[in-house]
Design a protein around this ligand. Structure first.
Ligand code: NAP
Length: 288
């Protein structure tokens, strides 16, 4: 029997828990967690993402502020805004929606966000803390995947986790998290990428296969071991609609558990952003 890992449902449960924690936090401290979102330019997908993040904040009782800047904004102007938000005690999380226009270096901007407000966990200081197993924040997509594995009580200790994709946003932090000691981790981890030889032979070793490569239906049944858990991070817009990186129909029968696309990993990402913003506010109050 295959379990469909329902990220939509889990997300609703987690958001209800976060809303409860936010209400208690406000009652105890008088502080409302606040996420500042920066949107540069008019990329339609980015506009939708930012709007969804604002709505999600409101739904759990948090504040959000949106800073819309024109596409021709300079790096210096954006750095100035980031510095202002870093210094603003009423702002707990700062999110700079990617991609940025080409005249602005993403690295320069992400490095400028205060690590204490870096709720995406992209700052090198936060990446280092993850690697050392003492995270301040966890990056939202891998965080959501790990939470899903825990909540569905999928054993990870001693399991072979194969991560397909080595992006800074998903693949690399996912691997770094799964190799740590503790619940939802303690795994033996292999990371694959476009230079991996005989990819299918490696992915077939996976007890848990986590796929984030951005190639529609790339993972076929031959690449999956019987009884494996398959987590599909891919979001690909095709003529057939939204599809993942895994050929769901072909693969699901071989798996013990699998995430659908849509409705799997996707909904959890914003939810974990909410959790990180609450944590940023809690940490800020503790430091006062
Ligand atoms: P990315 O930056 O696009 O990088 C893709 C990775 O896949 C690279 O490491 C690349 O290898 C590897 N790759 C590409 N083709 C390959 C192949 N044929 N064989 C083996 N490896 C291959 O990745 P990303 O930002 O993590 O995004 C991946 C997917 O996840 C996209 O569909 C994206 O939309 C989706 N995504 C979803 C969420 C969510 O909330 N659900 C969040 C983030 C991303 P090289 O490094 O060797 O080039």
């Amino acid at each position: 029997m295959t379990t469909i890992l329902n990220g939509k449902e889990l997300s609703q449960t987690l958001r209800a828990e976060i809303a409860q924690q936010v209400a208690e936090f406000i009652q105890n401290t008088g502080v409302t967690p606040c996420l500042a979102a920066i949107l540069v330019g008019d990329d339609p997908a980015s506009q939708v993402y930012v709007r969804n993040k604002e709505k999600a904040c409101a739904a759990v009782g948090m504040k959000s502020q949106l800073f819309r800047l024109p596409a021709e904004t300079t790096e210096a102007e954006l750095l100035e805004l980031v510095a202002r938000l870093n210094a603003d005690d009423s702002v707990h999380g700062i999110l700079c929606q990617l991609p940025l226009p080409k005249q602005i270096s993403e690295k320069v901007i992400l490095d400028a966000v205060s690590p204490d407000k870096d709720v995406d966990a992209f700052h090198p200081a936060n990446v280092g803390l993850i690697l050392q197993g003492r995270p301040r924040f966890l990056p939202c997509t891998p965080f959501g995947i790990q939470e899903m594995l825990k909540r569905y009580e999928i054993e990870t200790a001693g399991k072979h986790v194969v991560v397909l994709g080595r992006s800074d946003i998903v693949g690399k932090p996912m691997a770094a998290m799964m190799v740590q000691r503790g619940l939802g981790a303690d795994s033996t981890v292999t990371v694959c990428h476009s230079r991996t030889k005989d990819l299918a032979a490696v992915t077939r070793l996976a007890d848990i296969l986590i796929v984030a490569i951005g190639k529609p239906k790339f993972v076929t049944a031959e690449m999956v071991k019987d009884g494996a858990v398959v987590v599909d991070v891919g979001i690909n817009r095709t003529d057939d609609g939204l599809v993942g990186d895994v050929d769901f129909d072909a693969v699901q029968g071989k798996t013990s558990a699998i995430t659908p696309v849509p409705g799997g990993v996707g909904p959890l990402t914003i939810t974990m952003l909410l959790g990180n913003t609450l944590k940023a506010a809690q940490d800020a109050v503790e430091k006062r």
